[in-house]
Design a protein around this ligand. Structure first.
Ligand code: CO
Length: 291
């Protein structure tokens, strides 16, 4: 990784870290999810950065991929376990960071994903396998009496690429891909009181373009021209100016032009916590950009 790219990662990370902290202060009982999301995304823009993905605000058993719908009237409630996950980029170099805001009394659950993240970060260096990181994550969460979410992972990052190899598992294992100097990765353990597996809910608010080809329907064309500047990074339904986009969105997903990200949730009544940092692997460890 050259110096210029490194500096962009660092700059995006610094801003993302500040914004995550400020954003977390907005989350309290009776505050609006929609206003929180708008304010966090505006802070990213005001910092001179791009919104790498719609701010995720996922509640309780939902682990990820929830974001307010157009006209969303939800507010936070006492007792909620809120995951705030944001992405900011500079020229496509992404800082991806998340924390859990507990509006109830589940300190241990919040601590579990936090400690798991930090234990994995402490191991990051060239030559370590993703299996070893997953083992550390699973140990920190399991020893506190919770389950790691097995079918969610951390991920590699590259310019305008939010999720690429290597995937960093939240469960133990042996071997797998090996980290190399210069890789940008996000480590994001999830701890749950539920089953340890998330499934897709019907609710879909986030999409990204994955195929670039001409489409016929006028509404589809409008949507694709709106999202063109994103270069494949995800967007939310509430971001669209195209009127009544739902039919076109469904069709674009069916045609394989868009990818849909349904809300991912453990079983009803369970609680999930998450903690995430982005880092760059150096010759003898890593530099956490979102610290
Ligand atoms: Co991430």
């Amino acid at each position: 990784m050259n110096e210029e790219i490194f500096e962009r990662y660092i700059q995006a990370g610094k801003a993302a870290s500040t914004i995550l902290r400020k954003g977390s202060d907005l989350i309290r009982p009776d505050a609006s999810l929609a206003e929180t999301a708008d304010q966090v995304e505006q802070m990213i823009i005001d910092a001179g950065l791009g919104v790498a993905f719609p701010v995720n605000i996922s509640l309780n058993e939902s682990a990820a991929h929830d974001t307010p719908s157009p006209g969303d009237e939800r507010t936070f409630n006492a007792g909620d376990m809120v995951k705030l996950d944001l992405g900011a980029h500079l020229d496509g170099y992404i800082a991806d960071t998340a924390m859990t805001i507990d509006l109830g009394d589940q300190k241990q659950l919040v601590e579990a994903s936090h400690a798991a993240r930090d234990a994995a970060i402490a191991l990051v260096r060239p030559g370590i396998s993703i299996g070893e990181l997953g083992t550390a994550v699973a140990y920190e969460i399991g020893s506190r009496g919770f389950r790691p979410i097995a079918n969610l992972t951390g991920h590699g990052l590259d310019q305008f690429q939010l999720h690429m190899g290597p995937n960093v598992p939240n469960i133990g294992g042996v071997g797998g891909a090996v980290l190399e100097e210069g890789m940008a990765i996000a480590i994001e353990p999830f701890a749950t009181t539920g089953t340890g597996y998330v499934s897709d809910l019907k609710r879909v608010e986030i999409y990204s373009q994955r195929l670039w080809r001409p489409v016929r329907m006028p509404a589809s064309r409008k949507i694709l021209s709106e999202i063109e500047p994103l270069q494949g990074l995800p967007f939310a339904r509430r971001h669209l100016k195209t009127a009544k986009p739902d039919f076109a969105l469904t069709r674009l997903v069916r045609e394989g032009v868009l990818h849909a990200y349904p809300v991912l949730a453990d079983i009803p009544g369970s609680y999930v916590s998450q903690s995430e940092h982005t880092m760059i692997v150096t010759s003898d460890g890593c530099i956490v950009t979102t610290a």
